[in-house]
Design a protein around this ligand. Sequence first.
Ligand code: SF4
Length: 375
Amino acid sequence: MKNVKESKFLNLVERVQACQKCPRMNGSARVLGLGCGPIDAKVVFIGEAPGRLGADGSHLPFHGDKSGHNFESLIEQVGISRYQVFVTNAVLCNPKDEQGNNSTPTQTEISNCAHFLKEQLGILEPEIVVTLGATALKACAMIEQHSLTLKGHVRTSNNWFGRKLLPTYHPGQRAMMHRSFANQLADYQFIAESTRRGSGAKRSTKSTRPGPRSGTEKLALVAKRLLEKQPNGMSYFALHKMYFLAEVAHMDAASERITNSYVVRQKDGPYCVDLHIAKLPGLIPGLVIERHKGAVWLRLNAQRDLESLDIKPSLSAAELKSIDGVLSRYKGLTDADLKRATYLSKPMRTLLRKERDLRVNLFNAAVLPYQEKMK
Ligand code: SF4
């Protein structure tokens, strides 16, 4: 069943990649692929359009720009992982104005792309659709009429097209003027609660107030460990690869992951969305980012800045062993050799084999599994 869905989805992706319907989108990426999320996701988020500084470059919806950071922060704070949801847009290409800046999609562009959105929902069959902003709500009305408005129906669950439709505001900075981050966070708590109810999962006994961001805190500890053992630092490229190899080493040793960060296969190998360069200063206090021989170089600063990271959750002895093992095995390798090492790992080989079998590039497909329960 999943294979049927997958081949339908990949066929759709192929048609989207070839689409030339909107003249303004010439030169923009067609942002639809396995990196949007699992095709059996119960929840689909629909934004407006890929952003110039975000998905148009990263090819991952809501990743790489301020809207993406806000979105990723909101879902993380209510305990939703990118591994569990599918994220797409009302229009699949970045509309730019004459100056090359982001522009709002026109009615015609939304209408041109609405059949692709309908097809995505038909393949995925999600229980819940969350619209992010007025454009996504408008696009849904083109698929099946509704009378919902953003202002009147935010944080409500509505029957639509055989599923629940939850309107929310766009997580971009402009929309934050109309609905603050705190209010949006409450909206996302409503989404998380609706998702749990939909899946029959028991209500969490944990507070729904924003709690410690244990997912990325653990990632921060892994990154810190990798960096502190390399006094001269390492390239940004190497950090992604070393982190990936540490996860693989730990899966081999303990049959589980260290973190649940979303890791996808990019052209240059595995890439962790939570280690995006703009997020690193917030993730690792005391981090110095500089340029070194044309590469982005990372190193740690004064020890006192780093002590703030010594908080729970901490790394177990087994996790430290996996990380340190990777460091001693791969330390000193060039970026090219590190990339080669990741390609020789089991998860990458499995994905590459799948690419050969399907005869498609699975760029941005998840390359590490999601683990239901993390310590
Ligand atoms: S926005 Fe949609 S309809 Fe327009 S060119 Fe891109 S894929 Fe085609």
